[in-house]
Design a protein around this ligand. Structure first.
Ligand SMILES: [Zn+2]
Ligand SMILES: [Zn+2]
Length: 445
């Protein structure tokens, strides 16, 4: 795909349409991969605008926000983490695809034919259905995908709760397309298929009438995110719900849905949100006797155990009452506001880093990525009220000042550069005092 500097802008009309897969073949067909815009990167203002719109609509219709601040921050954190590897490498979904195309293709379908465009739309969506289904039915793939399901709220920010690991298995399901579809067409639809799945993560849209027959809608995807027994392993669709109807995994929304994992992880730490299930598999693998059982732990469903069917027993899924309360942070309102401010500062540097990747040295890029991961972890520690949260935040603010001083983080508003340094110095002093107090007395408060 194109370097960020070389890309022309997406108009507002195109931006809105790309969020709903309403782009036309003639405006989104490219001869080479280098010409394909990074639509996902260009979607940031539309993500933010739609989330604000959802907030307003929810306030007007329900008198409350669509979710919780701590949950939303954790979801956006996961989205940020999942995009960091792309600063250094071309995604494995593209690398493997290009390799197969260059070495094993059977036909060369014309890149500028609308037929190729529509065939790719169907091919990617079909590949997504099977990838998604396997991501729920194969434990090692679930280790990646579970991140997306760990939110106990259901709103547009949940869509951004993406896995770092998922991409390492999803490419397999798209690779047959590389036998006949040019990489430039594939790269366009891979992005649109992902972007389409943003708007369906909402409770403010109830039912879309006849569209519910063909399209994956908020109602269908709510079922997919439910932990009620009737919701488990249902509605895997990306764009077209017809795949679920054909392959017998469709379920319509009926009783009140409780969202999240069947066994909630009760944390806002982004690293745990991403990787906790891998550790679970590791311990279960060694604790399970027998060679074949050990491999079944990896390759059968997350609910499997010796003597059980491949996908486990539905009666072992905890019943929901509808009165479950989502896990929430016990941090004070003031501390939550502080985390939002620090998150916003990090997000501004994150955006600036993606916008200027080509102009940054590898050392600066690496230091910035470390700073972003440290910030997300520290915010998770603060929201979880972890014993070492104050110490970690002191160190993080120190790291920020060092990177800022040595030019690895450029001032966002040069005239406010000095104010920035004062603000972070105050933070260091504040958190430094708190961590000293904690070192001399045990409980966190
Ligand atoms: Zn899923
Ligand atoms: Zn989802």
């Amino acid at each position: 795909m194109k370097n960020s500097e070389a890309q022309e802008d997406v108009s507002i009309s195109q931006g809105i349409r790309m969020m709903f897969y309403m782009m036309k073949p003639n405006e989104t067909s490219f001869q080479t991969l280098e010409e394909v815009p990074d639509y996902v990167k260009k979607a940031t203002p539309f993500f933010i605008s739609l989330m604000l719109l959802e907030l307003v609509v929810s306030w007007i219709c329900k008198g409350k926000p669509p979710g919780h601040l701590d949950d939303a921050l954790t979801s956006i954190s996961a989205g940020v983490l999942s995009r960091l590897p792309s600063l250094f490498f071309r995604s494995i979904e593209l690398t493997t695809y290009i390799y197969i195309w260059e070495n094993y293709r059977l036909f060369n379908l014309p890149w500028d034919s609308p037929w190729t465009w529509y065939l790719t739309f169907l091919g990617i969506d079909f590949g997504y259905y099977w990838f998604h289904r396997m991501a729920h039915e194969v434990n090692i793939m679930w280790a990646g995908h579970q991140t997306h399901h760990s939110s106990e709220d259901y709103n547009l920010s949940t869509a951004l709760r993406q896995s770092v690991l998922q991409i390492y298995t999803s490419w397999i399901f798209y690779s047959p397309l590389a036998l006949f579809i040019p990489p430039s067409v594939y790269a366009v639809h891979l992005q649109f298929n992902l972007l389409y799945q943003f708007w369906i993560h909402t409770e403010v849209i109830t039912n879309l009438g006849p569209l519910e027959l063909i399209l994956n809608t908020p109602s269908h995807h709510r079922v997919h995110h439910g932990r009620n027994r009737y919701c488990i392993d249902k509605n895997y669709a990306g764009v077209l719900i017809i795949w679920d109807r054909i392959f017998g995994t469709f379920e319509a929304e009926n009783e009140k849905i409780v969202y999240g994992l069947t066994h909630p992880i009760n944390t806002f730490e982004p690293i745990k949100v991403q990787f906790h299930h891998l550790f679970y598999i590791w311990t279960t693998f060694w604790a399970t006797p027998g060679f074949f059982n050990k491999f079944s732990i990896i390759l059968k469903g997350p609910g499997w155990g010796p003597g059980k069917p491949r996908l486990g027993l539905s009666e072992e899924i905890p019943e929901v009452t509808g009165k479950e309360v989502p896990f929430s942070s016990s941090a004070s309102q003031l501390l939550k506001i502080y985390t939002v401010v620090q998150f916003a500062v990090m997000l501004a540097f994150y955006e600036e880093t993606f916008a200027n990747t080509a102009a940054l040295s590898q050392a600066t890029l690496l230091l910035r990525v470390c700073f972003i991961i440290l910030t997300l972890t520290s915010i998770g520690f603060l929201l979880d009220q972890r014993p070492k949260a104050a110490l970690m935040e002191t160190l993080r603010c120190l790291v920020f000042l060092m990177l800022y001083r040595f030019g690895h983080l450029k001032p966002l508003v040069p005239s406010l550069s000095f104010a920035f340094e004062i603000f972070f110095s105050i933070c260091i002093a504040f958190w430094g005092v708190r961590s000293m107090k904690q070192l001399t007395s045990s409980p966190w408060k």
